[in-house]
Design a protein around this ligand. Sequence first.
Ligand code: CIZ
Ligand code: SF4
Length: 299
Amino acid sequence: MRAEIARLRAERKAIILAHNYQRPEVQEIADYVGDSLELSIKASQLADVEVVVFCSVDFMAETAKLLAPDKLVLHPDPRAGCPMAEMVTPERLREMKAQYPGVPVVCYVNTSAAVKAECDIAVTSANAVKIVNGLDADTILFVPDRCLGAWVQQHTEKTLILWPGYCPTHNRILPAHVLAARGAHPGAKVMAHPECPMPVLDLADIVASTSGMLRLAREDPAAEFIVATEEGLLHRLRTENPEKRFHHVAGVALCPNMKKITPEKVLWALQDLQYPVDIPADVADRARRCIARMLEASK
Ligand code: CIZ
Ligand code: SF4
């Protein structure tokens, strides 16, 4: 199967991108592994590539299509969605905006293109604090993650109005899991993703995005870490730092949607050019502006 994937990848002038939460066997067939924004930027920069197979959930493949509109972006399983992203719809967001006229709307990248089209600026978990603090407003609507929003609120003087969305996977992680992991691995540093609930973040040594955790694992002198995020990240942490030890905080944080992508589906995507990501032009233009403002503000 790997040989056939490699043959088709060359024939189709394709590239395979995999999110940090993908299954190890998918990460291993990918040309690049990263967070959603890194991968989307990568897709837009590869001039000689015609087809992008984006192994992740649907809004991430949409972001790649927004940044690389001339390429054929394929999502190997369109049923792999993100329940947190689905907790906000353009219709409900417009109702909320009507209650707060003039208040800027900041969206986490974990939103559909249709929702981004309704927002002023996007953020990732890595740049959210910087971007919120740089906005010329005292009150901000923040969608959809109330956990990331609560964490940003701790690092800003501005008032955030939080949409009540959350990541079901990160919300499975409980303070008791962190305490048990610390008991089992005394001396290990705890890193937690800001999609975790606040009582978990309060127990962490470091709060970071997936790219932040990868950087920390490389640069921090600690030899042992407890990792509170989706377990797919452990594969990269361990491969890139073979001399260090990484413990997943609990066996409960697996994203079933990220795990829907398999090497077989990547092969079928390349064989049948399935499933193309298509975003209506007017939505795409507005959503692209929302992301472009983020890229400008995070420089
Ligand atoms: O944007 C991403 O890739 C997500 C959701 C996670 C992260 O922290 O990188
Ligand atoms: Fe969505 Fe959470 Fe899965 Fe990320 S881990 S894709 S936020 S459900």
